[in-house]
Design a protein around this ligand. Structure first.
Ligand code: KG4
Ligand code: ZN
Length: 339
């Protein structure tokens, strides 16, 4: 069985399994075109426990990844390399994708391209499109909150990061306190629409802090106290807390970014990562960029959260530089240089 092409186009198959999403994509190297992409989310299974359970995530990857792989078999004759997220992430989850990638490399005689998950998020900006660097960006996910300056795929400078919880994680934790399902980001955003963002004057973290940095644990504790003080059946009171939390967390990001923009004056700025789907944050970032006359780049909503398409897109740039490895030289790391 083969796919209908008149030329032998080279393609890369990519696998993402660093946390709780099982995803596989196929991307055409020459055109950067995403030919296939599928993701099986494990949200519903982890929601029962209020967060990701690593052993469960690994077991679900074992079920989901082969199911998706079955669908991409027609692309096998065209594959030039197998890309896979090998860092950072949950070790047992990374293992599932990396083992599948190694087996594919062995069977199809392909080289392997290990991709850093955070670099993958950066490349969510370029799916179906050419790469354009340099750019400064904010990465907001469940595990990370950082400002990065990207010159090229191997020249990435960490400018600032969180001192404790990440932006996305703080949404997850506050959602749990308010009795909302995991992952909490979209649920907080939704509930906040009917709440008053100024109902609670939560302290904005790191006010007066000279260096650019992020912190969300103090805000999380303030939300805990506010939640304990309301009637758990009072939906409006919960919406007010959600809106005030989202407003304060976003304002904190904007205030730290304002410091960065005034110092570094980037002309292009981007936001990536699962939490970059938040429309309140997107609007405030647009206002900030307008003030500094910087162009704001956003990844398509479908590719903000973890996916194999961004891993495949990053892998093309690595492939074209010759950054491939023999499958048995690829290692897994739960943390990476950016952490
Ligand atoms: O990038 P991602 O899919 O996984 C990691 O690499 O961590 O990000 C997941 C995180 C979760 O914490 C989730 O609650 C958050 O992104 N998130 C959001 C929204 N959608 C997802 N946070 C705030 N607002 C959203 N709309
Ligand atoms: Zn991610």
């Amino acid at each position: 069985m083969g796919i209908a092409t008149t030329m032998d186009y080279g393609m890369i198959l990519s696998i993402e399994s660093s946390c709780d999403d099982s995803s596989i994509a196929v991307t055409e190297i020459a055109t950067r075109k995403l030919l296939f992409h599928k993701k099986i989310s494990q949200d519903a299974q982890h929601a029962v426990y209020g967060g990701v359970v690593p052993e469960l995530a690994a077991r679900l990857h074992t079920e989901a990844l082969p199911k998706i792989l079955e669908e991409v078999k027609p692309y096998f004759p065209h594959l030039r390399a197998i890309a896979v997220t090998n860092e950072p992430g949950l070790t047992v989850s990374l293992l599932e994708g990396v083992m599948m990638a190694k087996a594919l490399c062995l069977a199809l005689q392909c080289p392997m391209i290990p991709v850093n998950h955070l670099v993958g998020h950066v490349y969510s900006l370029f799916i179906d499109n050419p790469t354009h660097f340099p750019m400064s960006l904010l990465l907001v996910s469940g595990g990370h909150t950082m400002i990065l300056e990207v010159e090229s795929i191997d020249k990435i400078t960490l400018v600032a990061r969180t001192m404790d919880d990440s932006f996305g994680e703080s949404f997850d934790k506050c959602a749990k306190m308010l009795g909302l399902p995991y992952p909490g980001g979209p649920h907080i955003e939704n509930l906040a629409k009917t709440g008053n963002p100024l109902a609670h004057r939560f302290t904005i973290p790191l006010q007066g802090h000279k260096e650019i940095a992020f912190s969300f644990s103090g805000l999380k504790n303030a939300v805990r106290l506010a939640t304990e003080a309301i009637d758990p059946d009072n939906i409006q009171a919960k919406a007010d807390i959600a809106a005030s939390f989202q407003h304060t967390a976003t304002l904190h990001l904007i205030k730290q970014l304002d410091k960065y923009m005034s110092q570094a004056k980037p002309t292009t700025f981007a936001v990536v990562g699962g939490a970059s789907a938040n429309s309140y944050l997107r609007k405030e970032l647009q206002n900030l960029c307008d003030r500094y006359k910087a162009t704001l780049y956003l990844a398509p909503l479908a590719f903000c959260s973890d996916n194999a398409a961004m891993i495949g897109r990053a892998a093309i740039d690595l492939f074209e530089r010759g950054d491939t490895l023999r499958y048995n030289d690829v290692e897994i790391r739960s943390r990476s240089n950016f952490n």
